[in-house]
Design a binder for this molecule. Structure first.
Ligand SMILES: [Zn+2]
Length: 117
């Protein structure tokens, strides 16, 4: 006969509520990264060809993957501000998801320990 157990002990309830609150604050999310790039133009004699080179830019770029292929898109600075925020939100969500997984793994290990001693 197995020992009855609470599927959501208080110790986990508090941490789960913290994760729920944090996730509820996440806005739009976007995969990929928004970067400021500096690049050479290739024109002979241009400052970007000097030593040391003075590259052109910054150019805002959004890099992301679709079907395992990397895509890059040049952004307007205003667009870059929004997309940078959304990619940061996605990184926060990914971290919260990892913490949520870790909590579930910890709870599963504890229940396993309790029922198999
Ligand atoms: Zn140049």
């Amino acid at each position: 006969m197995s020992t009855p157990f609470d599927p959501l002990p208080d110790a986990y309830r508090v941490r789960l509520d913290e994760l729920r609150v944090a996730v509820a604050e996440i806005g739009l999310v976007l995969p990929g990264t928004v970067l400021d790039r500096y690049m050479p133009c290739g024109k002979p004699g241009c400052r970007c060809q000097a030593a040391p080179p003075l590259l052109h830019g910054p150019y805002c770029q959004w890099t992301y993957k679709v079907d395992a292929k990397t895509r890059t898109s040049r952004l307007h600075p205003d667009e870059a501000r929004a997309l940078r925020l959304w990619t940061a939100e996605r990184r926060k969500l990914t971290l919260l998801n990892q913490r949520w997984d870790a909590l579930g793994l910890e709870a599963a290990a504890e229940i396993h320990e309790l029922l198999h001693r």
